[in-house]
Design a protein around this ligand. Sequence first.
Ligand SMILES: Cc1ncc(COP(=O)(O)OP(=O)(O)O)c(N)n1
Ligand code: 3NM
Ligand code: MG
Length: 217
Amino acid sequence: MTKVLIKDMCETLRLYFIMGSNNCTMDPEYVLEQAIKGGISFFQFREKGTDALTGNEKVIFAKRLQSICQKYSIPFIVNDDVELAISLNADGVHIGQGDESADEVRRKIGDKILGVSAHTVEEVEKAIANGADYVGIGPIYSTTTKEDAKSPQGTTIINEVRKKGIEIPIVGIGGITAENALPVMESGGNGISVISAISRANDPAESARELKEAIDC
Ligand SMILES: Cc1ncc(COP(=O)(O)OP(=O)(O)O)c(N)n1
Ligand SMILES: Cc1nc(C(=O)O)sc1CCOP(=O)(O)O
Ligand SMILES: [Mg+2]
């Protein structure tokens, strides 16, 4: 799937689920399929941190999740690992400020989707100049999922970006639940990005439905 096939990036980004094997208390393939049934619109494969799979095990796991996404036409984005994304013909890549530079990644992946993490207006402007299709801004709220997360900043940066008239699609990330999701959209975000709210839920499909309802009203 290329950018051309994604009619409306903002709409597609609305409920963005991110997951790796160590984020789940249940079978990750079951969690992903349930999350899709509950209404997620975008998926990022993020296999990193304690006990994360590596090497061939990581590749096999990525392919399993990719095939579930393909079955339901959900874009499959790879976090950090540009070479893996290219070898799997993934729909795109998400990189942060400490990863490979965005302009270099854009050169490598052609017109596939490029997401970039940003924590300031300047980083958003640089991401746009380097060819980002969307930015992930966070942490909005406090999170324990990402070990090296920065301090929570609420929706301040999203507000600042929109006040400057910058129109790039934005997803908020970090500590987002159905209870606190709405301010991300009200401040000008196009979607919410979650890990634990779905991956650690007793019922991932129901959790995805609740998140969707929270931002659809
Ligand atoms: C949608 C989205 N936004 C932000 C991030 C964080 O990326 P990064 O800062 O590179 O941190 P890691 O996820 O690689 O630990 C993201 N992955 N997705
Ligand atoms: C992967 C990630 N990136 C963040 C950032 O601020 O850039 S916060 C984060 C973790 C999000 O997990 P949860 O939804 O469980 O809080
Ligand atoms: Mg990264």
